[in-house]
Design a protein around this ligand. Structure first.
Ligand code: CDP
Length: 248
């Protein structure tokens, strides 16, 4: 980020990006539920080159006890990047970046969950990044929301997100890794899908008000498309259950 120097031509003479996408085009996104037997709910998301598993455990009694909230469940998301998930081996364990991402994702999910139905409990969400290709916080959060729904945890609304940013002077949707590294701005946003309420927003780099408005419009529209993929993933889950129960 920050417009670092590169010889890469991030946008070509036809207005297309490094991977051939148009400015408003998402990378391919695939979500699969119930990928782990031992979780209460789980989802694997493949979003461009990102491969991320989100797993949910709970609600269960919050421990240690002083972390309990008498009025609601506490949502604890932990974002972790596998050492082999990036080009240059990542040192295992939490760093400042993963602590920050865990915090903002926890807060976003807490808003979506009907946490008041489960006082004194905690709901754990583990986000394991197996392969990283930019936009992992948003992809991880989007998968976590599906994993929570798959776990049967009541939610007031679905959460989905997307990034937009500025690359070679243009506003584009869903930054790829080179665009993230060498672009001028990166704006990840997550929303409650029905209400449109923003539950996560961070920004790296500079945008004018006009550029910011254009980026948020693109994100708003993309979130509708992404939430459809979430819905289909969950519908697949429930179709599988129905088939099992029907003995087919
Ligand atoms: O992943 P996200 O865009 O949410 O967060 P970021 O901090 O903007 O990181 C952008 C990308 O940089 C990540 O998705 C990884 O592909 C890469 N990265 C890396 O190669 N090594 C790290 N230690 C952290 C990030």
């Amino acid at each position: 980020m920050g417009g670092a120097k590169t010889d890469l031509k991030l946008i070509d003479e036809n207005g297309l990006r490094l991977d051939g996408r148009s400015p408003n085009e998402l990378r391919p996104i695939k979500i699969q539920t119930d990928v782990l037997d031992n979780a209460d709910g789980s989802a694997m998301i493949e979003w461009g080159g990102n491969k991320i598993i989100a797993s949910v455990y709970g609600p269960r009694e919050a421990y240690p006890k002083h972390t309990q909230n008498m009025d609601m469940a506490v949502v604890k998301a932990r974002y972790n990047m596998a050492a082999f998930s990036v080009d240059e081996r990542k040192r295992p364990g939490p760093d400042r970046r993963s602590i920050e991402i865990s915090k903002v994702v926890s807060e976003a999910l807490q808003t979506a969950i009907l946490a008041e139905q489960f006082p004194r409990t905690q709901i754990d969400v583990f986000i394991e990044v197996l392969q990283a290709d930019a936009g992992t916080r948003i992809a991880g959060l989007t998968a976590s929301a599906v994993a929570l729904a798959a776990a049967g945890i009541p939610m007031r609304d679905m959460v989905a997100g997307c990034t937009a940013g500025k690359v070679a002077g243009q506003i584009v949707l869903d930054l790829g890794k080179e665009e993230d590294n060498f672009g001028e701005a990166d704006l990840p946003i997550a929303q409650l899908v029905k209400s449109g309420k923003i539950v996560l927003m961070q920004m790296d780099g500079d945008l004018s008000v006009e550029e910011f408005n254009k980026a948020t419009e693109m994100i708003d529209d993309a979130i509708k498309r992404i939430s459809e993929i979430q819905r289909e993933a969950l519908a697949g889950k429930y179709r599988d259950i129905a088939l099992e129960e029907g003995g087919e």
